[in-house]
Design a protein around this ligand. Structure first.
Ligand code: HEC
Ligand code: HEC
Length: 129
């Protein structure tokens, strides 16, 4: 009895810690991200080779899996510039703390020029169908 109690005291914190550190399951269906004006399609499946932290950047030292426009984060849906701007968060070409969609898709298109419209287009593209 006493021994198992000691064991419990040892193990519960270890399990609690590993539960905190484990990333949530990756969404399996494409997400519709609410943007400033247009909706954005985001499929995790097409980004499997990219590490989570490239997009889910660190907040207070930990990868953050909240929605981009969570209150207090990129929650300005009208501004076109600045850290708070949801538009800038996905479209800025350089300088963000995380990789933006356009920043990385520009690189993809530099190699696969035939993909320009689908990877960077504002309409009838893969991002904005
Ligand atoms: C290329 C960028 C990118 C990568 C890499 C990425 N994600 Fe995401 N993830 C997103 C975007 C964008 C959203 C939608 C955010 C929103 O709705 O504001 C999202 C949403 C999520 C959500 C749902 C959040 C919610 O509350 O709806 C989870 C969970 C998640 N990602 C987990 C992961 C995990 C785990 C990994 C790594 C294995 C990962 N993601 C890799 C961009 C990425
Ligand atoms: C670090 C690089 C990187 C980032 C960041 C990134 N992508 Fe991508 N994305 C890719 C690559 C690579 C592909 C696959 C290109 C190919 O098919 O060769 C892709 C493909 C896609 C596709 C097409 C999927 C399909 O079905 O063919 C969509 C839609 C997309 N990305 C949306 C987004 C959105 C929205 C964001 C930002 C929230 C984002 N991506 C951020 C690298 C990135």
């Amino acid at each position: 009895m006493k021994k198992s109690f000691v064991l419990l005291c040892l193990f519960i914190p270890i399990f609690a810690l590993s539960a905190l550190a484990a990333p949530p399951p990756v969404p399996t269906t494409p997400l519709v991200v609410k943007g400033s004006k247009k909706e954005v399609m985001f499929p995790h499946a097409a980004h499997q080779k990219v590490e989570c932290v490239v997009c889910h950047h660190l907040v207070k030292g930990e990868e953050n899996f909240q929605k981009c426009a969570t209150a207090g984060c990129h929650d300005d849906l009208t501004a076109r510039k600045g850290k708070k701007s949801m538009y800038a968060t996905v479209h800025e070409k350089t300088g963000a703390k995380h990789k933006t969609c356009i920043e990385c898709h520009n690189k993809v298109v530099a190699e696969k020029t035939d993909m320009k419209k689908e990877m960077l287009g504002c309409a009838k593209s893969k991002c904005h169908p």
